[in-house]
Design a protein around this ligand. Structure first.
Ligand SMILES: *Cc1c(COP(=O)(O)O)cnc(C)c1O
Length: 228
């Protein structure tokens, strides 16, 4: 049942914060991809304020029929250039920005709407070929470039760790991401860099121990996804 598993995830987050001696807050993004809009409505009615989707089209369909308290919509999946026009007005935070080209397109669309789009820069610390994201070497140039765009506001960093049988193996990856995140603060306005998005069902506790303040959890709340 979603209510019970959500409570379990929340308890685990709180216990982990305590163990880590942290007194700040962690935002739980409930990842609703491949689940119907009712899943969003259910968790929102249980106090979840942030939901994550991977694909623009799927999120759009849900937003059109969603009935429930206002939630913040997060785009977690890779954003294609030709989807930016749709995505910008839809998402409160885009986690997956990983190129200057994409930044340019977000800037262009956000300027047109006269809004400032919040984004995270995605870093592929482990250099997995199967995943998008900036390498650690590419990161500084894109970060510096992003800071020049008036309609893009970089709020922090997102990292997806590789799947390891033993989640403990993700710790060094999360450490590198945390260090990059802290380093970002000197290149932007104070207060602007606030979100370190890392940790999923399999590894969110390690991520919290390593400083994550946004975790993206799907399976532990909703069960296994069914792909059609
Ligand atoms: C699917 C997904 C998640 C959630 O994964 P679970 O293992 O189901 O918790 C988190 N982040 C991203 C980027 C995802 O694509």
């Amino acid at each position: 049942m979603i209510e019970t598993s959500l409570q379990t995830v929340r308890d685990r987050i709180q216990q982990c914060m305590k163990r880590a001696g942290r007194v700040d807050e962690v935002t739980l993004v409930a990842v609703t991809k491949n689940h119907p809009v009712q899943a969003v409505e259910t968790v929102a009615s249980l106090g979840v304020t942030d939901v994550g989707e991977n694909r623009v089209q799927e999120a759009k369909e849900k937003q059109l029929t969603y009935k429930g308290p206002t939630v913040r919509w997060h785009l977690l999946g890779h954003l294609q250039m030709n989807k930016v026009r749709q995505a910008v007005p839809m998402f409160d935070l885009i986690h997956s920005v990983d190129s200057k080209k994409l930044l340019d397109e977000i800037e262009r669309v956000a300027a047109k709407h006269d809004i400032i789009q919040d984004v995270l820069l995605q870093v592929n610390v482990a250099r997995e070929a199967s995943k998008t994201g900036l390498t650690v070497e590419e990161f500084p140039e894109v970060r510096t470039y992003a800071s020049t765009l008036p309609h893009v506001c970089v709020r922090g960093l997102m990292c997806i760790a590789p799947y390891f049988e033993n989640p403990e193996d993700t710790r060094p990856i999360f450490r590198v991401a945390h260090a990059l995140y802290e380093d970002m603060k000197q290149y932007f306005q104070p207060e602007q860099i606030q979100y370190l998005s890392m940790g999923m069902t399999h590894d969110f506790e390690i991520a919290i121990e390593e400083g994550a303040n946004v975790v993206r959890v799907g399976t532990a709340i909703f069960g296994e996804r069914v792909y059609f």
